[in-house]
Design a protein around this ligand. Structure first.
Ligand code: SAH
Ligand code: SF4
Length: 360
């Protein structure tokens, strides 16, 4: 027995390549065994079956010790509890059941060859944004890195089934606050972007945060060029904290300071998300305040018409309000996009994700 042996993680999908090598070496194996196991886990069987009989004896014994004897075992694979497609066929929502019975949602959007997957990072969310279905259900738990990686594997499998190899973008905009679960998210992204694994480009990955300031500052120092999206929704302390309770913990002033630091350190622009709510934050005056707030920060604003949720009475901004908001921003030289309301009919739009087995 090696006295410094670490506990084996719950799933091989929880380990980065470096983590796997460290684990095996701590257990007395050679680093080269990590390569064989990594390939079997990430590049092997499409069904996620690992066949230990293909390994050299020491690795075969290690695998048998931790995952049981047998010709093959299944890599972590959440059960598909529901699969719903939107009427236009461009959005699919997967309800995935985790091994403790909790469920999360993963959304696949877009056209063949250039799909985007929207991943969850927590079961529920502690941040409590008033208009968000995930916030309305409260915090249940963090996802493990393997549970985040498993969502990508699930989506890729579904794409391959229809002859499409084109998962291009990942957005961490599903259930949960990614920067509240920082370590697991970074481990998962390290695995997903590993060139000898799933090999997705870090520049095609966007992490969306409600404004967890310490997380933004840590992200600014990461070597990988992940994109940052910050959910703003209000341009004064009072207006923002009425919608986003987390704003009382990390003030708007602190948040903007962290955004400036992020841009200065990384040289990258930030995406700002603004959910447009009728009569609450959709006026031209508010657009002007956004422009003032973002002055000097390289930014792109995504305007998201509010999607309905059971727990919030606010209404989607009236038609024309988003365009007017955009016009004001443009006048200040700030580019913006009005997000298409995609997947609303299957409650797969932003902020509608909520673990439920009773999806339509
Ligand atoms: N927790 C992270 C990422 C998940 S939420 C964050 O808040 O950024 C992803 C995006 O959906 C956020 O910009 C969020 O503000 C937005 N959103 C939440 N509820 C919404 C709703 N009902 N309608 C439209 N957008 C919503
Ligand atoms: Fe959490 Fe994001 Fe929803 Fe706010 S909008 S409650 S941070 S998931």
């Amino acid at each position: 027995m090696n006295p410094i042996a670490q506990p084996v993680p719950r799933s091989l999908l929880d380990l980065s390549y470096a983590g796997l090598r460290q684990q095996l070496v701590a257990d007395g194996l050679r680093p080269s065994h990590a390569h064989a196991l990594w390939r079997a886990v990430h590049l092997g069987d499409d069904r996620g079956l690992v066949r230990p009989d293909a390994f050299l004896p020491p690795l075969r014994r290690w695998v048998a010790e931790h995952f049981g004897e047998g010709r093959a075992f299944q890599i972590e694979r959440p059960e598909l509890a529901a699969d719903t497609a939107s009427a236009d066929g461009l959005t699919r929502k997967f309800l995935l059941r985790l091994d403790d019975g909790e469920t999360i949602e993963t959304v696949l959007m877009g056209y063949a060859g250039r799909s985007t997957a929207c991943l969850s990072t927590q079961v529920g969310c502690a941040m409590g944004c008033v208009f968000c279905a995930t916030g309305q259900m409260g915090y249940r738990r963090h996802l493990r890195a393997g549970e985040i990686v498993a969502q990508v594997r699930h989506v890729q499998r579904r794409l391959r089934e229809r002859g499409d190899h084109g998962l291009r973008n990942l957005v961490l905009m599903g259930m949960g606050e990614p920067l509240h679960n920082y370590d697991a998210v970074m481990t998962a992204l390290g695995i997903i972007t590993d060139r000898s694994g799933l090999n997705l480009g870090p520049g095609h990955i966007t992490i969306s945060t409600v404004g967890v300031v310490p997380g933004i500052l840590r992200l600014a120092d990461e070597p990988q060029p992940y994109n940052l999206a910050v959910s703003l929704h209000g341009a004064t302390e009072a207006e923002r904290s009425a919608l986003v309770p987390a704003s009382r913990r990390w003030s708007l002033a602190e948040l903007m300071e962290a955004c400036r630091t992020f841009c200065a350190k990384t040289g990258r622009r930030i995406f700002f998300e603004w959910t447009l709510i009728d009569g609450v934050n959709d006026s031209a005056a508010q657009a002007g305040r956004v422009a003032t707030l973002l002055a000097g920060i390289p930014s792109h604003v995504n305007l998201i018409p509010l999607n309905p949720t059971d727990g919030f009475v606010g209404a989607t901004a009236a038609s024309g309000a988003a365009e007017e908001f955009q016009r004001v921003l443009r006048g200040h030289g700030i580019p913006s996009t009005i997000r298409q309301r995609r997947g609303i009919d299957v409650a797969a739009g932003c902020g509608q994700l909520r673990a439920t087995a009773s999806v339509p």
